[in-house]
Write a protein that binds this ligand. Structure first.
Ligand code: URA
Length: 209
């Protein structure tokens, strides 16, 4: 398994460039995020098991490919994860959905959980954890710790941008978790922002400052 997959599809890269631009409005940013999340969903669902079902077309009967009912759980890491979640849910409306809320304790700099609600039977599901920005990787690694504590064994981490520091942190903490991203950027700055990045993803999608 490759630990990191960068989705280089031209549509993904074009939309990502528009999202990075600082003049892009909240409405357009949100729309682009929805579109890009569906293109990324195509990548993360690529290996879902298939079976066939006997159907009748208007011409004749055939054994047609259908999903084999592999259970999916999408888990949004609040709050920015919700921007990725919405688009994916349009493609896989029957997926179960969980939420993880973490904030950074300013004294210890460690992630602290304030909300946790995930679907049952995580051990039987492909779990796709979504957060647009993989920066330091501390909260992402903590979120995966929580999911594994609930039984998850098959986890993909889906983001829009990743920093090398975050990828390294995740690889060290969770070498079994595949990261899928639209871009691997250069570095983090001293405030923990991804460079060149796109700024604060939550602020840009919700119009806050
Ligand atoms: N979170 C963001 O929203 N942006 C960054 O650049 C890093 C973390």
């Amino acid at each position: 398994m490759d630990h990191l997959t960068v989705v280089t599809h031209p549509l993904v890269q074009h939309k990502l460039t528009l999202m990075r631009e600082k003049e892009t409005s909240t409405a357009v940013f949100r729309q682009l995020l929805r579109e890009i999340s569906q293109l990324l969903a195509y990548e993360v669902t690529r290996n879902l098991p298939m079976t066939t079902r006997r159907i009748e077309t208007p011409v004749e009967a055939m054994d047609a490919p259908v999903l084999d009912g592999r259970k999916l759980a999408l888990v949004s890491i609040l709050r920015a994860g919700n921007g990725l979640l919405d688009g994916i849910l349009e493609l896989v409306p029957s997926a179960r959905v969980g939420f993880i809320g973490l904030y950074r304790d300013e004294a210890t700099l460690k992630p602290v959980q304030y909300y946790y609600k995930v679907p049952d039977c995580l051990d039987q599901r492909l779990v796709i954890a979504v957060d647009p920005m993989l920066a330091t990787g501390n909260s992402s690694a903590a979120a995966i710790d929580l999911l594994k504590g609930s039984g998850a064994t098959d986890v993909i981490f889906l983001c829009l941008l990743a920093a090398p520091e975050g990828v390294a942190r995740m690889k060290e903490a969770h070498p079994d978790v595949r990261i899928v991203t639209a871009a691997l950027d250069d570095r983090l700055d001293d405030k923990g922002y991804i460079v060149p990045g796109l700024g604060d993803a939550g602020d840009r999608m919700f119009g806050t400052k």
